[in-house]
Write a protein that binds this ligand. Structure first.
Ligand code: PGA
Length: 257
C-alpha cells in the first residue's frame, strides 16, 4: 500500500508572517492524519522561517525548484545542498510553470533530478500536457516524452525514491479539474511506464500525485482512484482549512494496491 502524499505548492505567494501562520495552522492539525504524508513548499526565501514553524514533526518541507550544480558562479540559483541545509526533504522539479514560463527542458529537469537524489532530497517530478496537446490526442506521447526525458538514467533504486506529479497544464489554477477517469487514465499510463522501465517493486512503490485545481470538494473522488496516490495542491494549499480538508480526504480514501 502506498502512503498518500499531499503537498502544498505555495508558488510565489504569501509574505513571511503569513507563511509562518499558514505552516503553524497546518502543523497544529496534521497529526490527526497519521496515515498521510503531508508537506508544504513555500517560496525559497521563507523556507527557513517555515522550517522553524513546523519543527521536526508531522509536516515535511519542500522547495519549488533548485539548480543542478552543487556550487559556484550561478547567480540567483540554489543548490540541493543549500535546500537540505534549510531543512528540506523534498523539491518540486519540472513544474509546468517552470517548463512553460521559465523555459525548462526535460534535460534541465533530468539534471536536477539526479542532483537532488545525489544530495538526498526527494524530487517531486511534474509532467503534464497542455490543452492543445490533449485536444490533438497527444497526451500519452507528451507524458511519455517527459517521463523518459526527465527520468533518464535513473537506477531502480533511485527511481524508487522519487514522487511523480501528473499536472495537466489546462487544469492548473483554472478551476478546470481533470475528471477522476481522466486522471486515473494518465496515472495508470505512468504506472505502466514505471513497470516497463524499472522492476515491479519500484513501479509499485512510486507515488503519483495528481495536481490541477484540487479542492476539498473534488479531492475524495480523485484520491479514490487506484493509481492516484496523493495531490500537489496550489491555490487550495494557501488556506489551512482547505488544505487540511484535502489531507482528510486522502486519509479517508486509501485504496489497497
Ligand atoms: P492549482 O495548482 O491547485 O492552483 O491548480 C497546482 C500546481 O500547480 O501544483
Amino acid at each position: 500500500m502506498r502512503r498518500p502524499f499531499i503537498a502544498g505548492n505555495w508558488k510565489m505567494n504569501l509574505d513571511r508572517a503569513a507563511a509562518v501562520d499558514l505552516a503553524t495552522a497546518i502543523v497544529a492539525r496534521a497529526g490527526e492524519f497519521a496515515a498521510v504524508d503531508v508537506a508544504v513548499c513555500p517560496p525559497s526565501v521563507y523556507l527557513e522561517a517555515v522550517a522553524g514553524a513546523i519543527g521536526k514533526v508531522t509536516v515535511g518541507l519542500g522547495a519549488q525548484n533548485m539548480y543542478h550544480e552543487a556550487k559556484g558562479a550561478f547567480t540567483g540559483e540554489l543548490s540541493a545542498g543549500m535546500l537540505l541545509d534549510l531543512g528540506c526533504q523534498f523539491v518540486i522539479l519540472g513544474h509546468s510553470e517552470r517548463r512553460h514560463i521559465l523555459g525548462e527542458t526535460d534535460e534541465d529537469v533530468n539534471r536536477k533530478v539526479h542532483a537532488a537524489l545525489a544530495a538526498g532530497l526527494t524530487p517531486i517530478v511534474c509532467v503534464g500536457e497542455t490543452l492543445d496537446e490533449r485536444e490533438a490526442g497527444d497526451t500519452t506521447t507528451v507524458i511519455s516524452r517527459q517521463f523518459d526525458g526527465s527520468l533518464a538514467g535513473l537506477s531502480d533504486e533511485q527511481a524508487a525514491g522519487i514522487v511523480i506529479a501528473y499536472e495537466p497544464v489546462w487544469a492548473i489554477g483554472t478551476g478546470k479539474v481533470a475528471t477522476p477517469d481522466q486522471a486515473e487514465e494518465v496515472h495508470l499510463d505512468l504506472r505502466k511506464m514505471l513497470t516497463g522501465r524499472y522492476n515491479e517493486a519500484t513501479a509499485e512503490a512510486v507515488r503519483i500525485q495528481y495536481g490541477g485545481s484540487v479542492k476539498p470538494d473534488n479531492a475524495s473522488e480523485l484520491l479514490a482512484q487506484a493509481n492516484v496516490d496523493g495531490a500537489l495542491v496550489g491555490g487550495a494549499s494557501l488556506k489551512a482549512d482547505d488544505f487540511l480538508a484535502i489531507v482528510a480526504a486522502a486519509a479517508g480514501s486509501q485504496t489497497p494496491v
